[in-house]
Design a protein around this ligand. Sequence first.
Ligand code: AMP
Length: 320
Amino acid sequence: MSEPVSQPVSQPPTPPPGALEPQPALLRTKADLAAARRGLPAPVVLVPTMGALHAGHRALLRAARAAAGPSGSVIVSIFVNPLQFRPGEDLDRYPRTLDDDLAMCAREGVRAVFAPSAAEMYPAGPPQVTVDPGPAGQVFEGEFRPGFFGGVLTVVLKLFHLVRPDVAVFGEKDAQQLALVRRLVADTDLALAIEAVPIVRDPDGLATSSRNRYLSAADRELALTLPRALRAGQARAAAEDTHSAAAALAAAQEVLRGEPALAVDYVAVVDPRTFGPPGPGSALIVAAVTAGGTRLIDNVPVVLAGGQNTERDFRGAADH
Ligand code: AMP
C-alpha cells in the first residue's frame, strides 16, 4: 500500500476573462419576471436603465452588488421607455446593445436582466393613468422636455411594482430624476430605499452617457465646454468669500458664452431636492446643452454660504 499523498494547497485556477461568469437570466415578460422574482434571494436590488451600458452604469451595478451583500440579488432592467420620448427625439435611434449589456451584467454579478418590449410593458398602448411629477417636474428638464418626467416616473413606478426591490440604485448624473424618484417614494409611501451613485466621467471630464456615441470628435471637443463651465462655477463658489450662487452661475455662464456654437438650454444653481432656488449649504450647478445635435446634461455640487441667494440669481437662461 502506498502512503497517502497530501494534496498541494493551491488557488483555483484563474478563469480566462468571461469564461465562467454565470450568465444573468434574461427575462422578456412580466410572467418570466414574476417567476424568477420568487427565487431571488433578498435583499433584491434594482438598477433601472435604458441599456447601452457604459462605465456610469457599471458604477451603479457595483453599488447595487455592494448593497445586495454576499447573499442578495441584483436585477437590472433595460427598457427604452417610449413614454419619455417626444416625437422628433431619438427613440428610434437610441443605441441598443443587448449582447454587450448582458456581458457587463455577467461580469458584475447581476442575477437577472428584465428587458421587456414596449408592448409587454404597455399592452393596452400608452397608459391612461400616469404619475404627475408635480412642480419640480415642470422646470429645467421638465420645461425643455414636456412630459418627460411623467413618462419616467410612470415606468419607474411600474418597475418598482413588478420587481418589488428592497433597494433601487440611480445615478446623480440625472439629478432632477433622482430628486423626483425620491419624492415619488416619499409621497406614495413606497417601501424601498433609494441609493445614489456619483457621476462617472471619462478622463477628459465628459460625464459618460449612452448618447456620447452620437458625438463626432469635433462635437466632443465642443461638448467638453459643459463640464469645463460647471467646474469654473464650482471653483468660483469655493474661492469667493461669499460662496454665492450668483458668483458660481456667472463663472459658468462666462465659459458657456465663450463657445457660441454650443446651444444652452439652461444653467442654474438649484436646491438638489426641490430644484428651486438654493438655500445655504449643499446645492447643484445644473446645465443642459446641445453639441452638434446631441443634447447633454451634467451637474456638479457646490456649497453655498447663507444670506445672499435670491430667486433672481439662481438661474441663467439661454441668454447668449
Ligand atoms: P440611462 O440608461 O441613461 O437611463 O441611465 C440609467 C441610470 O444610470 C440612471 O440612474 C442614470 O443617472 C445613471 N447614469 C447614467 N450615466 C451615468 C454616469 N455617467 N454616472 C453615474 N450614473 C449614471
